[in-house]
Design a protein around this ligand. Structure first.
Ligand code: GTP
Ligand code: SPV
Ligand code: MN
Length: 597
């Protein structure tokens, strides 16, 4: 054993006795180790090595077509009392789930190596960081975890002999008994992504994809961390973090919660189109916030890499992402070009004439199918991002001045508006809705309520989660809460075109938010909150029709009223768990909307 941590060693022995791997391997997190595992994955057909001249030190993997995204219907929160998990989670009694899963785990690693991945979510030693250990039978997971987390020997050292860690168990569920391995082993008929917040522990089985398998991400940093944050008085959120500097050199930090595939990575790395403004990236998916001694929320990005949506990413839409993934990256379910590079829809103006699709089949633009899967992803080191913030690894975190909620709303929700209070901001987060995307298995384009973009990620009863948000200002004597805004880049015209150009132009909205934080920026009181006045958003140099701008900044009172029954039904799902204060905010909003002439 490579650790003198008694509990860790005992757990590894216990898991090995159950899963019966041929070997146990302790990951040191070195480059040499990564290269060796990548070479093994190439030899086994999981990885294709990309053209070294075009995409140095990078690989492409095609998944099994049945294993392409998070599986929310197979994701469970296992608590003694079902009320704790809440209607937002699939619930199972912990011992019952363990009995079911133990049968699946029994011998599931036969013929394979079990890798021990010690990882830190957040800079090692940061007071906001936490440690996990993932046991997995997937070398693909090891390679991804090395990019996405701080992993290996340093973390084991930090753990010492009795440090606290979250137990994360993962198996692809494809033992090699009387059969050869396949490029993407998985077990789609028996998938379970189970969380045991009372321990805390994570048991994942049957999938090798993204958030199902890279357990530091959604399972730990959101579902388990949200339960820890609730107990300990901090916040674990599905938010990007960015630094924004005005032409005078004043800098603020902003966090934004948008649902999966709704623009976090793009906003986190945006290239402002307005002169003199600078945006820098701290993180693109997850944000952990704790109060500092001065009463400000300080945030860290617990991750070390980006697991980003590839389709739609281009030098036009997100140049900083394209520059980040120029090398040392893993691509999953992207297409392979004849030159041995990757491609995906809208990466270039002209598609390649021939490629190999994510299904491993010959593809041409005439094929009538997508070359890359809509949830194709890149795994790439944050340190390679040209606009990575100088403080992105600061153990103390960065102070957050504003929180943004948003999602895909073709109608009703204006381009941006501000909540006049933390309580109303919490209310807005609680009724946040968005069209579903390919980031999760299931239907796409269906409007669903996704409070704080946490519906699939909150590890406990969402009503209690709202109460936790409301309780934050009272947790310290001198709380200086961030301002809360609601934004919508996805408003559409009647003929289905986006009214707002989005991407780098979103800097224009960020500028207004910056001004509001600094005590300026023009806003008018409306039924739904503080809306920018007609001239408050800087549109200098932007060609946008005055009518489009007017629609983007209008209050569609009837549209909001039409939503009321759905909002009430959404609340009703949580019953008594919805805090009184939010019910009041909802009633007051409805009354104000009814009073609009
Ligand atoms: P996860 O990694 O799943 O959490 O997604 P994310 O929230 O980071 O979403 P991402 O930034 O990867 O964007 C997803 C999709 O939204 C991409 O296809 C983008 O091109 C598109 N998108 C992002 N920002 C904008 C925008 O401002 N306007 C429009 N119209 N589309 C956008
Ligand atoms: C998301 O779905 O929000 C993601 C991708 O960031 S995954 O890691 O698969 O959860
Ligand atoms: Mn995400």
């Amino acid at each position: 054993m490579k650790s003198n941590h008694t509990e860790l060693n005992a757990w590894i022995e216990e898991v090995a006795a159950l899963c019966k791997p041929d070997a146990i391997y302790w990951c040191d997190g070195s480059q040499e180790e990564y290269d060796r595992l990548a070479a093994e994955l190439v030899a086994g057909g999981t990885f294709t090595k990309l053209n070294e001249a075009k995409r140095p030190h990078s690989h492409l993997a095609f998944s099994d077509p049945a294993d392409v995204a998070r599986v929310e219907d197979r994701t469970f929160v296992c608590t003694t009392d079902p009320r704790e998990a809440g209607p937002n989670n699939n619930w199972c009694e912990p011992e019952e789930m363990k009995a079911t899963m133990r049968k699946l785990y029994d011998g599931c690693m036969r013929g394979r190596t079990m890798y021990v991945i010690a990882f830190s979510m957040g800079p090692i030693g940061s007071p906001i960081a936490h440690i996990g250990v993932e046991l997995t039978d997937s070398a693909y997971v090891v390679c991804n975890m090395r990019i996405m987390t701080r992993m290996g020997g340093e973390v084991l050292k930090a753990l010492g002999k009795d440090g606290v860690f979250v137990k994360c168990l993962h198996s692809v569920g494809y033992p090699l008994v009387d059969r050869p391995d396949v490029p993407w082993p998985c077990n789609p008929e028996n998938r379970y992504i189970s969380h045991f917040p009372e321990e805390p522990a994570i048991w994942s089985f049957g999938s090798g994809y993204g958030g199902n398998a890279l357990l530091g991400k959604k399972c730990f940093a959101l579902r388990i961390a949200s339960t820890m944050a609730r107990k300990q008085g901090w916040m674990a959120e599905h938010m990007l973090i960015l630094g924004l500097t005005n032409p005078e050199g004043k800098k603020i930090y902003v966090a934004a919660a948008f649902p999966s595939a709704c623009g976090k990575t793009n906003l986190a790395m945006l290239q402002p189109t307005i002169p003199g403004w600078k945006a820098e990236c701290v993180g693109d998916d997850i944000c952990w916030m704790k109060f500092d001694a001065t009463g400000r929320l300080r945030a860290i990005n617990p991750e070390a890499g980006f697991f980003g949506v590839a389709p739609g990413t281009s030098m036009k839409s997100n140049p900083n992402a394209i520059l980040t993934l120029r090398a040392n990256s893993i691509f999953t379910n992207c297409a392979l070009t004849e030159e041995g590079d990757v491609w995906w829809e809208d990466m270039t103006d002209e598609p390649p004439t021939h490629a190999t699709s994510w299904r491993g089949e010959p593809w041409t633009p005439e094929s009538g199918t997508k070359a890359a899967h809509p949830n194709a992803r890149y795994t790439t080191p944050a340190s390679q991002c040209p606009v990575i913030d100088p403080a992105w690894e600061d153990p103390a975190g960065v102070p957050i001045s504003a929180i943004l909620f948003g999602g895909r709303r073709p109608g009703t929700v204006p381009l941006c508006f501000e909540a006049p209070s933390w309580e109303y901001g919490t209310f807005l987060g609680s009724i946040q809705a968005s069209e579903t995307t390919a980031a999760a298995a299931g239907s796409v384009g269906v409007l669903r309520y996704d409070p704080m973009a946490m519906l699939p990620f909150c590890g406990y009863n969402m009503g209690d989660y709202f109460a936790h948000w409301l309780s934050m200002p009272g947790r310290v004597e001198n709380a200086k809460m961030p301002l809360v805004f609601y934004v919508n880049w996805f408003r559409k015209s009647d003929d289905g075109r986006f009214l707002w150009p989005g991407f780098g132009e979103n800097a224009r909205v960020l500028k207004w938010i910056f001004e509001r934080v600094e005590g300026g920026g023009k806003a008018q009181k409306t039924a739904i909150g503080l809306l920018p006045t007609a001239d408050a958003i800087d549109t200098t140099g932007l060609s946008i029709e005055a009518e489009d701008m007017a629609e983007l900044l209008s209050v569609d009172a009837q549209g909001w009223l039409d939503d009321m029954p759905a909002i009430r039904a959404h609340y009703a799902k949580f019953g008594d768990a919805i805090p009184e204060r939010l019910q009041t905010e909802l009633n007051n909003l409805e009354a104000r909307l009814n009073a609009v002439p």
